[in-house]
Structures are given as structure tokens and as C-alpha cells.
Design a protein around this ligand. Structure first.
Ligand SMILES: Nc1nc2c(c(=O)[nH]1)N[C@H]1C(S)=C(S)[C@@H](COP(=O)(O)O)O[C@H]1N2
Ligand SMILES: [Mo]
Length: 214
């Protein structure tokens, strides 16, 4: 066997690091590994449970709601539900798991977060390590690693069972992120922002795991 200490003139240990960097980078944008198990529609429960209403205070006016996306300090996009619905729709059927111990197969529709990022040219922002989200009243909030946000089953969701999202399940827009426990699936998204440090997280502050992966 021929011993090859070099690869294209690059000493092997350095080449290994370069290859690793490239792999990490491409995984961020073309991350199709680590999928949550998909289910057929026939497995979907008849009645989707409603759990948790923090941050969903009375007085919310869906008619004037717009999704706020903070590109950087002082630079916020305001996006209507109609505009979000113009983007390609993705449906996911998966086993929704709550840390309280229940789970159920449920059916959701919306735009892939990765597609949304491409449509609104937010790829620079997605080089940051975390995505933060909070409700319009800031009463519920999550921080999620960007890699999981770009996973192809993660959607900004506006439909449940092929119908508009019910109010108590997050109308007009919620997060569905099948690789995480229910605590991360924020209902009624007000604002999305990007950060290299961990955004505040409601249940992390109450003792749960920040990553909350399955
Ligand atoms: N705004 C908001 N989103 C939330 C919660 C909440 O209390 N407020 N609870 C979370 C928890 S613990 C779970 S299990 C899921 C439940 O979603 P569902 O009500 O559609 O079943 O929503 C998550 N998103
Ligand atoms: Mo939950």
C-alpha cells in the first residue's frame, strides 16, 4: 500500500480540517439527514390536542398581524400571511411529542423554513448559530439551533389537517419542527431573529434542556 502523507500538496491533517469545514458548511444548507419518521395520513389522530397558551393573550388582532423578521438591528421585514402562502407549500405528518409524556400523529402544512430563507434572501443571517422567535406579546419564546431550523421538515405552519390553523393552535403562523419536542413548536409567531448566542427560551428558563431534540 502506498503511503500518502499529502493530498494535492496539502499536508493531510490540514486537508482533513478543510474537508470537515466544507462538510459542516454544506450540511447547514443541504441538511437532509436526521429526518423525523414520516407517517401516512391514515395514522393522523381525529382530534389534535391543544396544549399550552402562554404568549397567546387576549387582545391579539390577527387582521393587523404581520410576521416580523429582524435582519439586523434596525432593519426589520414585515411579511403578511398572504405573502407567506405564495411560497411553495410543504406538508408534514409526524409523531408530535410533548415532554409531559404524550404523543400523537398530526398533520401540518406551511412553508419550509429553508424555502422561506431563500425567498427572503436571509442566507447571511442563517450563518448565525441560532434562530430566536417570540409571540407578539413576548409571553412565549424559543431559541433553536439554525441547523435544526433548516432541516427539511421544519415549517412555518399555517394549516392543520388541510384547514387554516385554529386560533388556539397558533393562527396565523406557528413553528412545526419535528426533530424537537413540543416545547419548541412556538404557536403564534410574532418575531423571528438571528443570533450567535442562545436566544432566551421559555422552558429552558424553567429547567428543561435547551436543545430539546428527539
Ligand atoms: N405560544 C405558545 N406556543 C406553544 C406553547 C405555549 O404555551 N405557548 N406550548 C408548547 C408546548 S409545551 C406544546 S406540547 C405544543 C402543543 O401544541 P398544540 O397546542 O398544537 O398541541 O405547543 C408549544 N407551543
Ligand atoms: Mo409540551
Amino acid at each position: 500500500m502506498i503511503h500518502q502523507p499529502e493530498d494535492n500538496g496539502v499536508p493531510k491533517p490540514i486537508r482533513t480540517v478543510l474537508n470537515t469545514n466544507e462538510k459542516i458548511f454544506s450540511n447547514i444548507f443541504f441538511n437532509d439527514g436526521n429526518l423525523a419518521k414520516a407517517f401516512p395520513l391514515s395514522n393522523v389522530v381525529a382530534s389534535t390536542r391543544v396544549n399550552g397558551s402562554d404568549g397567546m393573550s387576549d387582545g391579539f388582532n390577527p387582521a393587523t398581524w404581520k410576521l416580523q423578521v429582524v435582519r439586523k438591528a434596525g432593519d426589520t421585514l414585515f411579511i403578511t400571511l398572504d405573502d407567506i402562502k405564495k411560497l411553495p407549500k410543504t406538508e408534514v405528518v409526524f409523531d408530535f411529542k410533548c415532554i409531559e409524556g404524550w404523543s400523537q400523529v398530526t398533520h401540518w402544512g406551511g412553508v419550509k423554513f429553508a424555502d422561506f430563507i431563500n425567498a427572503y434572501h436571509l442566507d447571511t443571517q442563517c450563518r448565525m448559530d441560532y434562530v430566536g422567535m417570540h409571540t407578539p406579546d413576548n409571553g412565549y419564546y424559543v431559541g433553536i439551533d439554525t441547523r435544526s431550523m433548516l432541516q427539511p421538515q421544519t415549517i412555518l405552519c399555517y394549516e392543520m389537517n388541510g384547514q387554516p390553523l385554529p386560533m388556539n393552535q397558533g393562527y396565523p403562523l406557528r413553528l412545526i419542527i419535528p426533530v424537537k419536542y413540543g416545547i419548541k413548536h412556538l404557536k403564534r409567531i410574532g418575531t423571528i431573529f438571528f443570533s450567535n448566542t442562545r436566544p432566551p427560551d421559555f422552558w429552558y428558563e424553567r429547567g428543561y434542556d435547551y436543545y430539546a431534540g428527539l
